[in-house]
Design a protein around this ligand. Structure first.
Ligand code: NAP
Length: 215
């Protein structure tokens, strides 16, 4: 039986696992004893990470902005690893531009990935999480936001708007009531939905000079 206070034996999904925070999270989860489905678009990177971290990782290439593809990826992950009880919705793009000269296709990409992709990911696995919680096991949905969801950064109005949506989604998506519904049968960690908000590092998707004057 899974100990609700450890990651050993957990079945996890990490989106945006081909680089940065997602790859690091996947490595840590496997090191702690979890098995992990690695989701992202670049299959070569997914396979490379799988080779690096071993058989507890499974590569599942997917564009999270494509709802049907996310559901198919969820089925693949489930089939390979079993019922999922930990989801890290991390995939994101951060593109900077002055609002008045921005390419709207880049807005679409950020909204499609950071918001729609996160929603599709959460929806694709929510039944697994609720079932795990109902069985008295830990179940965690981690939505990766940003300090940009609360602060203003020049040239990042649309990116930070997507992250503000993630923050509000976390408050409003009903997981509090899910926790209340299952709480009497589970540990206090079951069915949690934290919004994890990194400060700054150097995301591969960013097209700007390094530094912390950005989200
Ligand atoms: N680094 C920071 O300073 C910072 C600060 C605040 C918040 N964050 C947030 O943290 C998360 C990870 O950022 P990071 O710094 O690790 O960035 P990163 O190195 O650029 O990684 C982004 C990941 O998202 C994936 N991705 C992008 N579009 C995708 C799509 N349509 N479908 C599937 N996967 C997609 C990329 O994989 P593929 O290209 O292979 O698909 C990549 O694995 C993001 O949500 C970001 O907004 C980062």
């Amino acid at each position: 039986m899974t100990d609700n206070n450890t990651l050993s034996g957990r079945v996890a999904v990490v989106t945006g696992a081909t680089s940065g925070i997602g790859a690091a999270t996947a490595r840590r989860l496997v090191a702690a004893g979890a098995s992990v489905a690695l989701l992202g678009r670049r299959e070569d990177r997914l396979k490379g990470l799988t080779t690096e971290i071993g058989p507890a990782a499974v590569p599942v290439a997917v564009d999270v902005a494509d709802q049907e593809a996310v559901y198919a990826a969820a089925a693949t992950a489930r089939s390979a690893l079993g019922r999922v009880d930990l989801v890290v919705a991390n995939a994101g793009v951060m593109l900077a531009a002055p609002f008045e000269s921005a390419q709207t296709v880049e807005w679409d990409q950020m909204i499609g990935t950071n918001l729609n992709g996160l929603l599709y990911t959460a929806r694709a696995f929510v039944d697994d999480l609720l079932a795990a919680a109902a069985d008295g096991r830990a179940a965690d949905l981690v939505l990766v936001g940003s300090i940009g969801g609360h602060q203003v950064f020049p040239n990042y109005a649309v990116y930070t708007a997507t992250k503000a949506a993630v923050a509000h989604l976390t408050r409003g998506c009903g997981w509090t009531s899910a926790r209340a519904a299952y709480g009497s049968k589970t540990s206090s960690r079951a069915s949690s939905a934290p919004n994890w908000e990194p400060g700054c590092s150097t995301p591969a998707s960013a097209r700007h000079s390094p530094g912390c004057g950005r989200p």
